[in-house]
Design a protein around this ligand. Structure first.
Ligand code: HEM
Length: 182
């Protein structure tokens, strides 16, 4: 994954737990990188090792870390560094989610080697939809839950999401039932 992902993990850890914990996490993960470069590609394994080491060093379950990371990604990384791109995604949570299937194709203009997830929306109503999440990467369901939580906050729209199908449990892919107050 592009370095900006690992940089965002670093920011999340450092802002909540301090520089020392981050150094401990990198050592435990066996990751010998001083500074992650946003535009450089790194093996996915590095990101997984960092999250795994964070679970051990911070004593927080992986699911909770991934949810926090999803929120941080939307509210800090995306909102602050990619504001115009987020704005172009839509004026409401509903619009943003309906447009989400096309979102990473714009991201790929900046990051040409992007290997993005694929999203699909079905069952769209005024106050909810089903979001289908396709990826070749395992274990990121809770990250998407956190992203959805972050988007609800970004749009000041209280929302809930429930995983109604899980790839981990044999489904073809993960499906989230998202609902919001319209
Ligand atoms: C401007 C905002 C965003 C940028 C710049 C961005 C960029 C990226 C990048 C660089 C990756 C790593 C993939 C790679 O390097 O090959 C990624 C992965 C991912 N993105 Fe985005 N993204 C943004 C917003 C979003 C939003 C709003 C969502 C969903 C609600 C989302 C969902 C994901 C997921 C789930 C992954 C994990 C990879 C996977 O599932 O295979 N992203 N994105």
């Amino acid at each position: 994954m592009y370095g900006l992902v690992n940089k965002a993990v670093e920011e999340l850890v450092v802002s909540n737990f301090g520089e020392e914990k981050w150094e401990l996490i990198k050592t435990k993960a066996g990751v010998d990188v001083d500074v992650f470069i946003s535009n450089d590609g790194y093996p996915d394994e590095i990101t997984y090792k960092l999250v795994g080491a964070a679970v051990e060093v911070l004593g927080i379950p992986a699911e909770q870390i991934l949810i926090a990371f999803g929120e941080h990604w939307v509210l800090q990384t995306a909102a602050k560094s990619y504001g115009p791109m987020m704005k172009a995604g839509g004026d409401t949570l509903r619009d943003f989610l309906v447009n989400l299937p096309n979102f990473h194709s714009r991201v790929a203009m900046i990051y040409p080697h992007l290997q993005p997830p694929r999203f699909e929306c079905t069952d769209v109503t005024e106050d909810g939809l089903h979001l289908h999440y396709h990826t070749h990467r395992p274990g990121l369901t809770a990250f998407v839950t956190g992203l959805l939580q972050g988007l609800g906050k970004y749009y000041h729209t209280p929302c809930t999401s429930e995983v109604i199908a899980r790839k981990e449990e044999g489904a073809a892919h993960d499906v989230f039932a998202v609902r919001w107050n319209s």
